[in-house]
Write a protein that binds this ligand. Structure first.
Ligand SMILES: Cc1cc2nc3c(=O)[nH]c(=O)nc-3n(C[C@H](O)[C@H](O)[C@H](O)COP(=O)(O)OP(=O)(O)OC[C@H]3O[C@@H](n4cnc5c(N)ncnc54)[C@H](O)[C@@H]3O)c2cc1C
Ligand code: SF4
Ligand code: SF4
Ligand code: SF4
Length: 373
């Protein structure tokens, strides 16, 4: 077994397109020492057909695209907006897709609070996909499922990081009328290994504070977790909190404002990102998504009446199909100039520099997490 020639450690984003396209099923995604998945080829089965290289977004770069139109947007269902990361536009697009008999693919928590992609055609499942999870999601076999649904003529909406959307487009190899692709302006994704360690650490400390949880969950504190929110808006959209809630009713809640939260700081300081995020090949509209979503930071500097601190989305409409889907959402929106909006969201354009302390952080985070942040 060896790592594929395509899986350059610095550029492979882990989209799994190569694994899913391989006709010999000789690629497996295996965790590296930092907890990121990389493809590994069983050479004895490989036909040398080159398909894995053809679908790899780190090798086949799409061209840049400037959005056709740009909007500030708000979902008028207040409860949904408050539970969403920004303006709640994902939920409106997802509801529309399900109403049309389609399937929505996005990232949700697993029972052990890791993050993975899956699909649903049920309205009642949409809340599980709502909200940003700042951890790399596992794609599994979603691209194959998406292709099967599209070949049956069923509508699909796929939401993911720009590199996941690029991987899907290359995997499909052709355009489908019933596919809507949505990505977001992407800071990067962090290591599932660091995330697992972090939630275990928080849960372990909380479990100790409750006699009930101590008896039941001392051996496996993650099992005590009942809710995780990366973007809790109790203190507003701009001062969002990370919230982790455990079983029980007393001493069961952890909440910290994101800029003081050690996990979020390791993410925002670019300590725990996947290596490919430091030289991302899907920036500047290269994913070819129909719609790109983002937080409209500093919206008050661009237009009036859109900053009530409950969340405003920046919506980049990249294609005519995207424009049609967005028009049908019924959200409150106002068109803005692209450059006015994007100046406050550099992640659309640039990859962040790797933090110098990253290698040591990965060696020592279990004992010295807060020393690095
Ligand atoms: C890892 C990550 C980095 C981001 N970086 C930025 C940034 O730098 N600047 C910015 O303005 N916005 C960023 N965003 C996007 C922003 O946080 C909101 O997700 C976006 O504005 C959509 O908000 P919403 O209210 O419309 O929908 P929400 O309900 O918040 O929908 C979120 C959507 O993203 C999907 N999703 C959640 N987590 C993941 C994940 N780990 N991998 C793949 N898909 C996921 C969900 O399935 C859902 O479809 C990032 C999001 C993520 C997940
Ligand atoms: S070259 Fe073909 S058979 Fe070999 S790993 Fe790639 S896709 Fe699979
Ligand atoms: S970027 Fe995607 S397709 Fe390319 S090697 Fe990595 S997992 Fe495979
Ligand atoms: S920064 Fe680029 S490589 Fe990293 S997750 Fe986002 S789109 Fe993928």
């Amino acid at each position: 077994m060896r790592q594929t020639r395509i899986a350059n450690h610095q550029t492979c984003c882990g989209c799994s397109a190569c694994k899913q396209v391989c006709p010999r099923r000789c690629i497996t995604m295996q965790e590296d020492s930092e907890g990121f998945l990389y493809p590994v080829v069983d050479e004895s089965k490989c036909l040398d057909c080159g398909l894995c290289e053809k679908v790899c977004p780190s090798m086949s770069l799409f061209s840049k695209q400037v959005p056709l139109k740009v909007f500030a947007a708000i979902n008028i269902q207040e409860d949904v907006r408050l539970k969403s990361s920004s303006g709640g536009i994902f939920s409106l697009l997802a509801e529309k897709c399900v109403n049309q008999g389609g399937t929505v693919y996005g990232a949700r928590f697993t029972p052990s609070w890791m993050v993975e992609h899956s699909g649903t055609d049920r309205m009642k499942d949409i809340p599980f996909y709502r909200g940003s999870k700042y951890v790399q999601s596992k794609i599994g076999h979603c691209f194959i499922e998406v292709r099967n649904l599209l070949e049956e003529g069923k509508p699909v909406m796929f939401v993911g990081t720009p590199c996941q959307v690029s991987g899907l487009q290359l995997f499909l190899g052709k355009s489908y009328k019933h596919l809507l692709t949505v990505d977001f302006v992407c800071h990067g994704v962090s290591s599932p290994q660091i995330w697992k360690w972090y939630i275990n650490d928080v849960a372990k400390k909380l479990v100790r504070k409750s006699w009930f949880n101590r008896i039941i969950y001392a051996k496996d504190p993650i099992r005590a977790i009942r809710k995780i929110e990366f973007r809790n808006k109790d203190n507003g959209w701009k001062r969002f909190n990370v919230v982790i809630e455990l079983a029980g009713i007393q001493n069961n809640r952890f909440s910290s404002v994101h800029y003081e939260n050690s996990y979020m700081r390791s993410f925002l300081l670019n300590l725990n990102l996947r290596p490919s995020c430091y030289h991302c090949s899907s920036k500047e509209g290269r994913s070819q998504s129909d719609i790109t979503l983002a937080d409209f930071w500093n919206v008050h500097r661009v237009i009036e009446g859109f900053d009530d601190d409950k969340g405003t989305s920046l919506v980049l409409i990249n294609t005519e199909k995207g424009a049609l889907a967005f028009n049908e959402t019924g959200c409150r929106s106002q068109e803005v100039k692209f450059e006015d909006a994007i100046q406050y969201n550099p992640s659309w354009r640039i990859s962040y520099e790797e933090n110098d302390k990253r290698p040591v952080f990965f060696q020592k985070y279990k004992t010295n997490f807060t020393d690095f942040i």
